[in-house]
Design a protein around this ligand. Structure first.
Ligand code: ZN
Length: 499
């Protein structure tokens, strides 16, 4: 084989895999946005064929031969090609350890599980969803055993979402957070509560949609390449490449902040995905490198920027134009309202102080189920017990409890810790950014360009080129330190609650 021939074959292979991913993602997107209720099995049929084709192509002897040939000629590869070959070989070698029929069956299982989860959540009926969830956990354990028999199965999945992460790191990280967040929360609880009545009322859906588009434009999203849809659970997805990214939200007629901050959060994911270097389109390097880094960007826009005083002042005219009733309140009142701290039931609507406690509940439960210490059938009772212990709230039903998130139904076990890690990464990234960018002045002017340029230069452009820890260390100019995050929380909420 000639080296140039091999490189051309690698490009063609990635383009084909991108096409399969494009089709799969679009079918998924359709399923959760506009497809009629009874069509899940139909999509499952097509998705199982596509995933089988994609699996065969990725793991064929020709593909393996090609990748091994390129791997043996590192002197002829540039930095991007080396990383692509490394990632592809790692993935092929792992995939080949999973029997094809089990892989395809799992793809079908999660499509059906998501469908059942929707109905189970609506009916608040965990028993209906439990058999699917049992199979999902069991399959994740089994696949981890195939791919990394030497590793603990939960460590394997944590590492899949955040390269290098394991339970020991999570335990240390969460205990560092808890030691500062719990006392802060106790001090807040002893202070007079912030009034957030301005966020509740009647907010027309059309007006919310228009306001969402204004927010997306303000934060620098190119609406010719980034669409907005509505779903039960907001998310971001790339279709084929970073040239077509969709975000979704869920409009609540009685609460403005819910969709507003979902749009900003998902918009942060979209900015990251859309700003991979153009040379990475239709390659394995396109898009964000890990879930932790992804959440560092989404929660950066949602909270560190979006819930800042300067940002609320800037969006205030857009808000009052869309919802004239809000003109009865000052920007300062709205800023305080969107930062009200109160232990609650729903993670996606949690304030910044209690958010990580919601994540810790999920982490504890996943860890114990994966270790075989907790049965899926006992999950709702344990969920409710931990909410009482960590957040001091009573869970009235499974819809607002164990069934609230779609992650487990989608097969994502080990994903949740990345939300908390990302929040903490973001606070340290902001501190670093502030060394060279006057972030508050930018927000006051509604000028996201210098902020986005910093993120593009240090994070976004690299796609998957750098490992997450290398990327982060280079951007931070030093090691990750969660105390930036806890100090940020203490400072901000200390001001709001007069502590
Ligand atoms: Zn997110």
């Amino acid at each position: 084989m000639e080296i140039n021939e091999a490189k051309a074959a690698l490009t063609a292979l990635q383009a084909k895999l991108s096409a399969y991913n494009h089709a799969t993602a679009l079918i998924y997107y359709d399923g959760v946005t506009t497809a009629p209720r009874g069509t899940a099995a139909n999509r499952g049929q097509t998705l199982s064929i596509l995933s089988e084709e994609s699996y065969r192509l990725s793991t064929s002897p020709e593909t393996l031969e090609l990748l091994e040939f390129l791997d043996a000629h590192p002197e002829d590869l540039d930095e991007q090609e080396k990383r692509i070959v490394f990632l592809a070989l790692k993935s092929v070698r792992e995939m080949k350890k999973i029997p094809l029929d089990e892989y395809v069956a799992y793809q079908q299982l999660v499509v059906e599980a998501e469908d059942v989860w929707h109905t189970a959540k609506e009916k608040s009926d965990f028993a209906m969803f439990a058999p699917y969830l049992e199979k999902i956990f069991e399959t994740n354990r089994r696949f981890a055993g195939y791919c990394a028999p030497e590793k603990d199965p939960y460590d394997y999945w944590l590492d899949q979402y955040e390269d290098g992460l394991d339970r020991a790191q999570c335990d240390a990280f969460f205990s560092a957070l808890r030691s500062r967040i719990v006392p802060l929360l106790q001090k807040i609880a002893a202070r007079p509560q912030v009034d957030d009545a301005c966020l509740y009322g009647s907010f027309d859906e059309q007006a919310q949609h228009k306001f969402s588009l204004a927010l997306m434009k303000l934060m620098g999203l190119d609406l010719d390449h980034c669409g907005l849809g509505t779903t039960e659970h907001p998310f971001t997805i790339s279709l084929g490449s970073h040239h077509d990214v969709r975000i979704t939200t869920n409009f609540k007629a009685d609460c403005l902040a819910s969709s507003m901050y979902s749009v900003i959060h998902e918009g942060g994911h979209a900015l990251y995905d859309m700003n991979s270097d153009d040379s990475m389109a239709y390659t394995l390097l396109d898009g964000g490198v890990s879930m932790g880094i992804h959440e560092s960007q989404s929660r950066f826009y949602e909270n560190l920027l979006g819930r800042s005083r300067a940002f609320v002042e800037t969006v205030y005219p857009h808000m009052t134009e869309a919802f004239p009733g809000l003109a009865a309140y000052t920007p300062e009142q709205i800023w305080r309202a969107v930062n009200r701290v109160e232990p609650s039931l729903i993670r996606t609507e949690a304030d910044e102080v209690t958010y990580c406690l919601h994540v810790m509940v999920r982490y504890e439960l996943e860890k114990r189920i994966m270790a075989g210490e907790l049965a899926v059938a006992d999950l709702p009772a344990e969920w409710n017990r931990l909410y009482r212990e960590y957040l001091g709230v009573e869970v009235p039903n499974d819809r607002e409890g164990v069934l609230q998130d779609s992650h487990w139904a989608g097969g994502m076990i080990g994903y949740f810790p990345s939300y908390a890690l990302g929040s903490a990464y973001g606070a340290q990234l902001l501190a670093k950014m502030k060394e060279t960018v006057d972030v508050d002045a930018c927000l006051r002017k509604g000028d996201f360009a210098p902020i986005n340029a910093w993120n593009r230069e240090h994070i976004w452009q690299y796609g998957c080129l750098r490992k997450p820890d290398e990327l982060l260390t280079a951007a931070l100019g030093g090691a990750f330190d969660p105390s930036y995050y806890t100090e940020y929380l203490e400072h901000k909420f200390g001001e709001i609650y007069g502590i």
